[in-house]
Design a protein around this ligand. Structure first.
Ligand code: BGC
Length: 717
């Protein structure tokens, strides 16, 4: 095959790279050569214009091919719950294809609620395989912004309120995905904690909270996950947009953390050529201009030509783009081909859903339900039949199918029990719906109420925050009426955090199901009918009322005059509730099981005192009558710190599966990072010579094991 023919095949995507056996094979095509050798070789072959073409989009989700060198078009795709339907090329309208369905995984907050990094790996791997099948090179996820306010419109996509949990959960996902020859993209860097004025809001936060709360998941994504791409956030930080923020991108991400990959902008998150050129942006996407007019297109080229910007800066950006391309196998024939919607992928979707659902209340063993003891079940509530996978905006998935709660319940119990459905709420003229639901409740043995939120604008959806923490559509009143009609009402909530004060004492059981993806209904039925023992735990505090949560208590949400100041500093989520002694509705880390666990015998074994500080060993026993999984959590508190430190901070956890009666020793290793705070004056992490309290248990508010650890030598790093 001559080079020209080969190049055109590459360009149309029929082959991925020239044959490796060609005698004249250049270094950059030789998969055996070291990555940096390949990058430098390819860099040296690019013209000035070709280099520029790699730094910006040529359609909504692609960058230009360079056919003469066998560089194909790069395809990017959302992220993070599966491979999004194809968009564009030049607008946000769907491309209208019929081959762009994919497996819809549960929302990020549900994955976080599994507290199972291994499942994160499985989910990342499944999405990576589907991305390859769909021809994608970079997947725009995971999203790891910290849940600062329950109102955040994208809280459902993210991994909760805690830096340790979100860090561990994103690392597994990234590794799984990238093992498939796809680059992950951790987003949105950084401080994109609200949707209100997301494109302009300026975030002011002190250095400790930045380092200790808002950055750890990103740092872990880079240093432990090896993530290849990072997406800048829409908002500003300390007066500069995050996609062109010198401090975040150049100083922290690249200099301090040694990030070797590329920084891309969020779509239309670039605002200025000079800042984009100099402050660390490597790939500009989604700007509302003609592609040639993008800030990193012609204007950047002109600035390079007239000497305004150094050529070394251009090469650095190009290198980063090439590095990601080559590292993910874009130029190699051995790149995995991927697979789509396999049984294994469906199993992962179901597993994440069933491990992520959180049982919040279960009085008198209301759950699990026994089919043989039931004749009539009334399923009530619009979310029992509502499809969610396609909603929420950029994270929506065109799912192959979606098992709704009602379908799942029918699949599981429909043969043996009479199941009726009434919508209860959600349509105009709701009074009639409500009265029919109440009548259905009266004549049933048990009611399964499935309500909560949905992805409509203003609820769990990109682009806006929620107006309040209340259940919409008059559901508080409806639940009270349904429960009055039938006290055996199980409330299943889909969506993120809502207020439950109006009815939580009336109902015997509450299950948080988040957005559980396309196998969600089956997973839910598995839990309701006891095939699955629930094991999820809350990745965020559920306040009794909005005013209890820090940003709202302090009145510093959503900001004034375009700036939001995070006055609560480190006291985000449970750190605030613990400090202020506020009783939450359900605490961080909380979740019930159908069995019971007992903790005993905490031993603290000192490590080398420099890197490995301590191993905490303890026993967990399953003291109930059935197998179950427990998430053992370890929190650290420094006793006499010279700087303010939270009452307790999650520093380790482990999910363990135990048969009835079984007991297991759990070991959690803590390195120096678990004891450190960020010393803003000295610009480093510091561990003080002091006593630390270690607490272990089943939630942030149930920590039966406690011990003290003395650190004998101060450390900085
Ligand atoms: C979102 C990103 C997303 C991008 C592309 C933006 O509006 O903030 O998360 O990846 O669009 O769809």
């Amino acid at each position: 095959m001559n080079t020209q023919v080969l190049c055109s095949l590459v360009a149309v995507g029929l082959v991925t790279a020239p044959a490796r056996t060609s005698p004249a094979q250049p270094d950059y095509l030789d998969a055996k050569k070291p990555l940096e050798t390949r990058v430098e070789d390819l860099l040296s072959r690019l013209t000035f214009e070709e280099k520029i073409s790699l730094l910006h989009a040529d359609a909504k989700f692609t960058t230009a091919a360079i056919p003469r060198l066998g560089i194909p078009r790069r395809w990017l795709s959302d992220g993070p719950h599966g491979v999004r339907e194809d968009i564009g090329p030049d607008s946000w309208a769907p491309a209208g294809r019929t081959d762009d369905f994919s497996t819809a995984m549960p929302a990020g907050i549900c994955l976080a609620a599994t507290w199972n990094p291994g499942l994160g790996f499985d989910e990342g791997a499944a999405i990576g395989q589907e991305a390859r099948w769909r021809g994608k090179d970079i997947m725009l996820g995971p999203g790891v912004n910290i849940l600062r306010t329950p109102l955040g419109g994208r809280n459902f996509e993210y991994l909760g309120e805690d830096p340790c949990l979100s860090a561990q959960m994103c690392v597994g996902y990234i590794r799984g995905e990238q093992a498939q020859g796809v680059a992950a993209c951790v987003k949105h860097f950084a401080l994109n904690n609200q949707e209100y004025q997301r494109g302009t809001i300026n975030v002011e936060v002190d250095e400790r909270a930045l380092r200790e709360i808002y950055l750890p998941a990103f740092k872990a994504a880079v240093q432990s996950g090896g993530v290849w791409t990072v997406m800048g956030a829409y908002n500003q930080f300390r007066g500069q947009h995050c996609c062109q923020n010198d401090y975040l991108l150049n100083r922290i991400l690249k200099d301090e953390w040694g990030f070797p990959g590329l920084v891309m902008s969020d779509w239309d998150g670039t605002h200025d050529t000079r800042q984009a050129a100099l402050n660390g942006l490597d790939l500009e996407m989604g700007t509302g201009k003609k592609y040639d007019d993008f800030y990193l297109a012609r204007p950047y080229l002109e600035g390079l030509e007239n000497g305004e910007f150094p050529l070394a800066g251009l090469d650095d950006k190009v290198r980063r783009n090439l590095r990601v391309m080559i590292a993910t196998g874009v130029l190699d024939p051995t790149r995995p081909a991927g697979s789509l919607n396999t049984a294994a992928h469906q199993t992962v979707a179901r597993q994440v859903a069933q491990e992520g659902m959180v049982l919040l209340k279960n009085e008198n063993h209301t759950l699990p339900l026994e089919v043989s003891k039931l004749r009539n079940i009334a399923v009530i509530g619009q979310n029992a039949i509502r499809l969610h996978a396609h909603g929420g905006d950029s994270s929506g998935i065109k799912a192959f199918y979606e098992i709704t709660p009602l379908q799942g319940i029918l699949n599981r119990a429909g043969k043996d029990v009479n199941i009726t459905f009434s919508e209860g709420y959600g349509k105009p003229g709701g009074a009639d719906l409500a009265s029919r639901a109440i009548a259905a409740a009266q004549s049933a043995d048990v009611v399964i109420y499935v309500g909560g939120l949905n992805h409509d604008k203003g609820f769990d959806c990109e682009g806006a925050d929620r107006a309040d923490m209340k259940l919409p559509y008059g559901q508080d009143e409806l639940i009270r009426k349904v429960t009055a009609a039938n006290p055996k009402t199980i409330v299943v909530l889909e969506g993120t955090i809502v207020e439950m004060e109006a009815w939580r004492d009336e109902v015997p059981a509450i299950l948080e199901a988040w957005y559980p993806g396309m196998e969600g209904g089956n997973a839910l039925a598995g839990i309701l009918f006891g095939d699955i023992n629930p094991s999820g735990k809350l990745p965020a505090t559920f306040p009794k009322k909005l005013a209890d949560s820090p940003a709202h208590a302090l009145g510093n949400y959503p900001g004034t005059n375009g700036t939001v100041t995070y006055q609560e500093g480190l006291l985000v989520g449970y750190r605030w509730f613990d400090r202020k002694n506020i009783e939450p509705e359900f605490p961080f880390g909380f979740g019930l099981s159908y069995t019971t666990f007992e903790y005993s015998n905490l031993k603290l074994v000192p490590g080398d005192g420099t890197t490995e500080m301590l191993t905490a060993q303890f026993e967990v026993a399953n003291t109930g009558a059935r197998e179950g999984a427990e998430i053992a959590q370890l929190y650290v508190h420094q006793k006499n710190a010279t700087q303010p430190r939270p009452e307790r901070e999650l520093k380790g956890f482990q999910k363990i599966r135990l048969r009835a009666g079984e007991r297991q020793t759990v070991s959690i290793r803590l390195d120096k990072g678990a004891f450190a705070f960020y010393d803003a004056d000295r610009k480093c992490w510091a561990v003080e010579k002091d006593e630390f309290q270690i607490e272990v248990g089943s939630s942030s508010r149930d920590l039966p094991l406690q011990g003290d650890f003395s650190n004998l030598h101060a450390l900085t790093f």
